[in-house]
Design a protein around this ligand. Sequence first.
Ligand code: ACO
Length: 380
Amino acid sequence: MTDEIRRGLAGVVVDETAISKVNPETNSLLYRGYPVQELAETQPFEAVAHLLWHGELPTGDELAALRAEERRHRPLAPDVKAIVDLTSLGAHPMDEVRTAVSALGADDLAGTGTVLDASGSHDDNLARSVRLFAALPAIVAYGQRRRRGLGPVHPRDDLDYAANFLWMTFGEEADPVVVSAFERSMILYAEHSFNASTFTARVVASTLSDLYSAVTAAIGALKGPLHGGANEAVMHVLREIGTPDEVGPWLDRALAEKRRIMGFGHRVYKNGDSRVPTMKHALVALAEHVGRPDVLALSDALEREFVARKGIHPNLDYPSGPAYDLMGFDTATFTPLFAAARVTGWTAHILEQQAANALIRPLSAYVGPDERHVPGSAGG
Ligand code: ACO
C-alpha cells in the first residue's frame, strides 16, 4: 500500500467495469464495445438503455418489451406529483428531481423489509431501473411546466421515448429534426464510466443501500457546475457574452478573474471530448431548422478564441446547452435532462456494483492536531 495522496482520485483506477470505455488517446467512448457516435446515429434511446443494462443491443422482441414497460411507467404518479407540488417554485429543478426520485423510492420500496433487504435482487433492480427511466421524463417535463404555470401533459402511447418526452414538456408534437437532436443528446449523455455522479451511485450501492438512494445521491453529484450543471452554466455564459464581437473582451476579463469557462475541459479527455462532434452536428441542424445562425456564430467564436488561448477543448455540455435552448427548454431544465439520460448509466453501474460488491471506503491522511485532552477529563 502506498501513502501517495491522489487528490480528486485523479488517475486512480478503483474497479473494473464492462459498461463503457473512455479512451482519451483516441478521444473515443464505447458503450459495451460500440462507439457512442454509431449508437447515436442509428439507435433509439430505448435500445441504448437496454444495451447498457444487459450488455447487448435488444432483439426486436426485447425492444418491444422494454418500450411496453416504459410506457406503463410513464404517467406521473399522483403521490410523486403531490411531492413535486410541495417543492418551492424557487427551488432549482435539480432539487425537485432529487426530491421526486427519493419519493418514488419511498413509495416503491414501502413494505420491502428492513435495511438488510434494501439492496434487493438483480431482477427487482432491473425493474426499478426501467421504472426510473420511464418516470424521470414525466418529472422533468412537469417541473418545467409547473414553473411556467402549466399543468402536466398526459403521455402519448403512440410516441416513443424521445418524442413523448418533448410532447409531455411542450404539449405539442415536436418536429423530427428536434426529436432526432434530443434523442442524440440523451444517448451521448447516457454513460461515461466512473464520472463523479456514477461513482457516487456506486459508493452508495456498495453499502448495500437501495437503488433509489444511490440514484438520489447521484442526482446531487450531477447538479454541480463542474459536472452536469455545466450545460446550464454554458447558457448563462453565452448570454453574458451576448455577441461574437464581445468574446475577446469578455474572455480577457474572465481569465484575469481566473474564472472557469463552463463547457470546456475534462478530467479524462485532454484533446477533445469524443461526444462533441455528434452533438455539434445536431446543434447545427437545429440552428438551421429554427433559423438561428447567431447561436452558432457566438458559440463558434467563443470556442475558437478559448481553444486558441488555453488549448482547452469543449466538452459535451458546450453544444448541448445551446441545443436545449433552441429546443425550447428553460435553462434550469438542462441538467435535469442530463439526469434523465444518465439514469440509464447510473442504474447499469449500480447493477454491476451489486453483482460483485466491495464496500467503497478509501483512506485519508490526517493533518489535524496531534492527540490532546479535554481539560478536566482523565487525560487532561
Ligand atoms: N476554464 C478555465 N480553465 C480551465 C478550465 C476551464 N473550463 N478547465 C481546466 N482549466 C485549467 C485549470 O484552471 C487548471 O489550470 P492551472 O493548472 O493553471 O491551475 C488546468 O486547466 C487543469 O484544471 P483542473 O481543474 O486541475 O483539471 P480537472 O481535470 O480537475 O478539470 C474540469 C476538469 C473540472 C471539468 C474542468 O475542466 C472544469 O472546471 N471545466 C468547466 C466545467 C465543465 O465544463 N464541466 C463539465 C464536465 S464534462 C460533463 O460533465 C459532461
